[in-house]
Design a protein around this ligand. Structure first.
Ligand code: SF4
Length: 225
């Protein structure tokens, strides 16, 4: 059997998710090829698949990732009808060096030179102060511990989480109103809402007149994307 040594344009990599962005990608942002609306911020503490250890681990340093199409992780620049990248000549570094048949280079890049929000939201932009404040007020909780103890969570713990997720939401709504942010911009400036991160652990979230209520899961899962 011949060993694969080139991209077969199957689209699997792009469907698994857009790339993380690195300092080498800054010119793409400066030239306007990539805009904030195309990013999602993965905040410190969120649980993701660590390609090096091949396990689900909390993120040590926040990073930016090209967001997915609708609710999927399929890269927003992937055109399924043509099995191709719509920004191929300007694709980010991680896409350029990715070789699915030989992952040494991409694993060598993992976790290095990552771009964060503060690298690209310039001083003087009022949203810079706002995202710093949001990070201080609503850091990502210890999701790994929560996922381990989720089935034993007391009512008090769930109530405490509910208070935090509702305050996080209220903060976002105020910022959305004040700065007229789209959903995409919100996901860049503030990352995913805390209630969404908890639902990935198995909690169910229900909207009520007094805010979002969380429920114990029947069958908790131990991982989140
Ligand atoms: S930027 Fe292009 S090459 Fe990279 S994951 Fe998206 S569609 Fe694929």
């Amino acid at each position: 059997m011949t060993r694969q040594n080139e991209c077969k344009r199957c689209g699997t990599c792009c469907e698994k998710g857009g790339p993380a962005l690195h300092t080498q990608d800054l010119p793409l942002i400066e030239k306007g090829v990539l805009s904030f609306e195309k990013f999602i911020t993965i905040r410190k503490g969120e649980l993701i698949h660590d390609p090096v250890s091949n396990s689900i681990e909390p993120v040590k340093t926040e990073f930016l990732k090209i967001r997915g199409i609708k609710d999927s992780w399929t890269c927003i620049f992937y055109d399924k009808t043509r099995n191709g990248c719509t920004i191929y000549d300007h694709r980010p570094l991680a896409c350029k060096i990715l070789k699915c048949w030989d992952t040494d280079d991409i694993l060598g890049l993992a976790g290095r030179d990552l771009l964060s929000r503060l690298d690209i939201v310039k001083k003087g932009n009022p949203l810079r102060e706002r995202l710093i404040e949001h990070e201080e007020l609503f850091p990502c909780p210890d999701l790994k511990t929560i996922s381990r103890t989720i089935s034993r969570s007391s009512k008090k713990t769930v109530k405490k989480l509910e208070r935090i997720i509702n305050k996080d939401l209220a903060y976002r709504i105020r910022a959305i109103d004040e700065f007229n942010l789209s959903v995409s911009q919100e996901l860049f400036y503030f990352g995913r809402p805390l209630f969404q991160l908890l639902t990935h652990l198995g909690f169910t979230a229900r909207e009520t007149s007094s805010g979002i209520k969380l429920r114990f899961p029947q069958a908790p899962s131990s991982s989140a994307k």
